[in-house]
Write a protein that binds this ligand. Sequence first.
Ligand SMILES: Nc1ncnc2c1ncn2[C@@H]1O[C@H](COP(=O)(O)OP(=O)(O)OP(=O)(O)O)[C@@H](O)[C@H]1O
Ligand SMILES: [Mg+2]
Length: 270
Amino acid sequence: MTDAPAILEVRGMIVRYGAKTILDGVDMTVQQGEIRVILGGSGSGKSTLLKGILGLTDVVGGKATMLGQELTGLSEKARGLLMQRIGVLFQNGALFGSLTVGENIALPLREHRKLPEGAIAELVRMKLAQVDLGHAENLYPSELSGGMRKRAGLARALALDPEILFCDEPSAGLDPLTSAEMDNLILTLRDRLKMTVVIVTHELASIEAIADSLIMVGGGKVIAEGPMAEVRGRGIVAVDEFFARKTKTAAKQEMSVADLFGLTPAKGGA
Ligand SMILES: Nc1ncnc2c1ncn2[C@@H]1O[C@H](COP(=O)(O)OP(=O)(O)OP(=O)(O)O)[C@@H](O)[C@H]1O
Ligand SMILES: [Mg+2]
């Protein structure tokens, strides 16, 4: 995987909101076909990093190169074309409430592909099947569960067959089972379609299941970046604390379930 070409390169990215510097020279390199997880505390600038890359917030310094093109230098038209090669799943799914699920997915296809209606309908059905929502085509977003809404958002992000998929907390607020389904879906996309995935998540189970590599941000800087096992093996305090804290929380929950039933966890047992 390390020999794969870089599909996304961020160099020295600086983002400020008013007097507050959120990103203070962030570098990130993502290789083609990898699943990259962005980690960091709440408010550390993970969503801001995605927005900076996607041109959704002003970047005051640095540059980002994606799919071989430097984003800052692009005309609006070139930028629009590049964005058609990118899929984005926002934190809340961001579906249009007045359109059905099917119409939400048809929207980018109608806008960017000159296709007959029959072909669009066929593609919509394919995308919905991909996220296991074939039955929900005619429902409105308000009629969906949280997990269904995320999958519908994912189907829309996949409408134009993107080469890179960005996801901001795709499993936040989902139950563990639905969250695991989301992980499997993302793994399938990468394995079958060779998609590169950049994903913000706090969910330890997700990280363990899908991450090839991670980047941790904090204090506006990159605390660590690299392949999952390598970064975790470096003895970086913030990284160790993140994984240890999660593990402790899980252990505590197990203990309290055992306490509840008056059980003593078996020594050395799983
Ligand atoms: N549009 C904005 N205007 C002003 N400040 C903003 C704006 N967007 C984000 N911020 C601030 O920038 C900081 C980073 O926000 P960001 O949303 O990137 O954090 P995050 O790491 O994604 O957090 P979370 O894990 O809670 O989603 C926060 O202090 C936030 O208040
Ligand atoms: Mg965020």
